[in-house]
Design a protein around this ligand. Sequence first.
Ligand SMILES: C[S@@+](CC[C@H](N)C(=O)[O-])C[C@H]1O[C@@H](n2cnc3c(N)ncnc32)[C@H](O)[C@@H]1O
Length: 279
Amino acid sequence: MSTNQIYQFFAKFIEDEIGVIYAEHNYYQLQSRLDEISHLQGLANVEELFQLALKGISGKLKQQLLDISTNNETSFFRDGKVFAALESHMLNEVLSRYPTEKLNIWSAASSTGQEAISLCIQILEWMNSHNKKIDFDIVATDISERVLTKARQAQYTQLEVQRGLNNELLRKYFLQIESNFWTVSREISSKIHYKQLNLRHPFPFIEKFHIIFCRNVLIYQKVESKIDILNRLTNQLVSGGYLILGSGESLLGLSNDYDQVVEQGVVLYRKRSTLLSAA
Ligand SMILES: C[S@@+](CC[C@H](N)C(=O)[O-])C[C@H]1O[C@@H](n2cnc3c(N)ncnc32)[C@H](O)[C@@H]1O
């Protein structure tokens, strides 16, 4: 087996599993990442890794391959206007439509947790300013165990908290544990439930969500896969529920199941009321 065929083998596994495509001209990136895994596995080279993979890719090896293939870039209150729109519009509308239900929110590619924490802080801020209580839960999922481990630890460096959090929110919702480290308060951590989930696989949820954040992840998928994931996300939303994509992403040509609502200068997708009977 030539080295190129070995890269093809791993590239195919990664594409089938996550949807990320390594084109041949990017094999040099794959090479350095596979070298890293070989080293972690205590193997001499990629050929030995290939021999191991031929016995079946599962457990730690599978997780390592998923980890090296994902871009986990995130920050607190990323594209902040979306969170402003959550406070000024989405929460009021969803709560008036479903006044007696527990509010279910899903951060569907949560990376190291900053998105879910920002959602939680924004809801708590809404409760403070409206002097009302909301019963809510946030489910945060990602394919990568490595980022989920960090998310569950909920410890962030000074540099990480400075990316998106102002001093007031930092002091209110975080505790300083060392000069360079902060952790979220119990009020936040008790509301967020992290789970490993591959968006390309069937979703395990029985409950429906009122708001789904699925930001900066569909961008890596082929069109057919985007459509499939979006259809399943739509089934998972209540009627009138909101789907939020990344600032560079849109539903154009991918789904007709939503009305566009522009709030705070950002596009929010509200599940169409024509689907009311189906939900
Ligand atoms: C660029 S980060 C975006 C994080 C956050 N949503 C944000 O916008 O700041 C993309 C995340 O999607 C995850 N991801 C990639 N493919 C996935 C898949 N098929 N299923 C679930 N998560 C996936 C990656 O592990 C990564 O943490």
